[in-house]
Ligand binder design. Structure first.
Ligand code: PEP
Ligand code: MG
Length: 369
C-alpha cells in the first residue's frame, strides 16, 4: 500500500542518514527555497547566490552603482540597497534557524546587469535623429561601452568586482551581519558564513577579509553572533595555491561549474553543442563533465585543494556547491575526497542524502580521508 511505501522510503532514508558522513545542504536564494529544502532534509544552505537578489526592480540601482562616476551616486545606490539586502537575509536566516547559511558575495557576469550595448546604441541614434536631447543617454552609452567585455565569464566578476567597486562587498557584509544580529535578538539562531567568489590569489581574499572583519566586529557587538569567512575554490589557480588561501579562509566551497569551465576550457554557457557529441563518441568522457565530476582532471584539483588546504588549516571546513553536488557519482567522489558537506538544489537533497549514505556503506563506513 501507499502507507507501506512511505514507511519503507522513510526507513531507507533514516538508514542512509545514519551512515553518511557528508552533510547535505542546499543551494537556495530565497526564504521559500530554503523552507522547501528544509522539508527535504537539507542541513543548511551551502550556496546563497546573492546576484539573483539584484535583478528585477533593483536592476536600476545596480546599474547606477556599477556605472557611477562620482562617489555620491555610488553611496546613494548602496544606501538604498542595504535595507533591501538586510530583509533578504533576515528571511533566509529565519527559515534556516540553527543551521549554517553560506551567503556568497555578489558574483554577476557584468553583462547581465548592464543594458545591452547594441540596443542602447540604436536607441541613442534614433533619439538623436528625432532631434531629442540625448546627453544623458550618450553618457550612459559611453559608460556601458567602457565596461563592455568580449568574455564576461572571464572578466569583471566575483571578487574582482568587489575589489574595484568601493563599498559593494562592505554593504553586503553589513547587511548579512545586521540580519544575523536581528534574527538572533528575536530569539532565533543565525549562523552566517560569508563566501567570496572567484578568488585566485590569497591577496584578493585577504583584502576582502580585512574590510569585512572590521564591519563584522562593529555590527556583532555583544550579540554573540559568529560570522565565518571563506571562499569558493573555482579558479584552477585557487586549487593550486590552496595552502596559502586556507590561511585566510575558515572554509572552502568548491565551485565545480567554474572549475570545470576553466579546467577544461569549455564554455559553460554554450555547453559545447558543437563538439561534445564527438567527445562522447570517442569516449573521452561518458557524460558531460558539467554533469558528473571529471575525477581524473577537475577532480584532481579538488583533491589537491582539499589536501593542501587541510594541511595548512586542519579545521578547514570543505564543501561543494557546483551542480555536481547533486549528482550521484560525484557525491561518491566527494565522499572519497573527504569533504564535509555537499550542497545541491532543493529537489536533489533526498537523492544526495541517499547517495552520501551509500558512499559511506560502500567504503564500509571507513573514513577515506
Ligand atoms: C560554480 O561555479 O560551481 C558555482 C557554484 O558558482 P556559479 O554556478 O554561481 O558560478
Ligand atoms: Mg562559479
Amino acid at each position: 500500500s501507499d502507507d507501506a511505501l512511505v514507511r519503507a522510503v522513510h526507513r531507507i532514508m533514516t538508514h542512509a542518514d545514519g551512515r553518511r558522513r557528508l552533510a547535505v545542504r542546499t543551494n537556495a536564494d530565497t526564504g521559500a527555497d530554503a523552507a522547501r529544502a528544509r522539508r527535504f532534509g537539507a542541513e543548511g544552505i551551502g550556496l546563497c547566490r546573492t546576484e539573483h537578489m539584484f535583478l528585477g526592480d533593483r536592476r536600476e540601482l545596480v546599474e547606477r552603482l556599477i556605472l557611477a562616476r562620482v562617489d555620491d551616486d555610488r553611496a546613494a545606490a548602496l544606501a538604498a540597497l542595504l535595507p533591501l539586502q538586510r530583509a533578504d537575509f533576515e528571511e533566509i536566516f529565519r527559515e534556516m534557524a540553527g543551521l549554517p547559511v553560506t551567503v556568497r558575495l555578489i558574483d554577476p557576469p557584468l553583462h547581465e546587469f548592464l543594458p545591452p550595448l547594441e540596443q542602447l546604441a540604436v536607441d541613442v541614434a534614433v533619439a538623436q535623429e528625432r532631434g531629442e536631447d540625448v546627453a544623458k543617454e550618450e553618457a550612459l552609452l559611453a559608460a556601458v561601452r567602457r565596461m563592455h567585455e568580449e568574455n564576461p565569464m572571464l572578466g569583471l566578476r566575483g571578487v574582482r568586482l568587489g575589489l574595484v567597486i568601493p563599498g559593494l562587498f562592505a554593504m553586503q557584509v553589513r547587511a548579512i551581519t545586521e540580519a544575523a544580529v536581528a534574527v538572533t535578538r528575536a530569539g532565533s539562531v543565525a549562523r552566517p558564513e560569508i563566501m567570496v567568489p572567484l578568488v585566485g590569489a590569497v591577496q584578493e581574499l585577504e583584502t576582502v577579509r580585512a574590510e569585512a572583519e572590521k564591519i563584522i566586529a562593529e555590527v556583532v557587538g555583544e550579540s554573540g553572533v559568529e560570522v565565518l569567512i571563506g571562499t569558493m575554490i573555482e579558479v584552477p589557480r585557487a586549487a593550486l595555491t590552496a595552502g596559502q588561501i586556507a590561511e585566510a579562509a575558515e572554509f572552502f566551497s568548491f565551485g565545480t561549474n567554474d572549475l570545470t569551465q576553466m579546467g577544461w576550457g569549455f564554455s559553460r554557457d554554450d555547453v559545447e553543442g558543437a563538439f561534445f557529441w564527438r567527445y562522447l563518441e570517442l569516449g573521452i568522457f561518458g557524460i558531460s563533465p558539467f554533469e558528473s565530476i571529471d575525477a581524473d582532471g577537475v577532480g584532481r584539483l579538488v583533491r589537491i585543494a582539499a589536501e593542501e588546504g587541510r594541511a595548512a588549516r586542519p579545521e578547514l571546513k570543505l564543501g561543494v556547491c557546483g551542480e555536481h553536488g547533486g549528482d550521484p557519482d560525484s557525491v561518491h567522489f566527494f565522499h572519497r575526497v573527504g569533504l564535509d558537506y555537499i550542497s545541491c538544489s532543493p529537489f536533489r537533497v533526498p537523492v544526495a542524502r541517499l547517495e552520501a549514505g551509500r558512499a559511506a556503506v560502500q567504503t564500509n563506513g571507513s573514513d577515506s580521508r
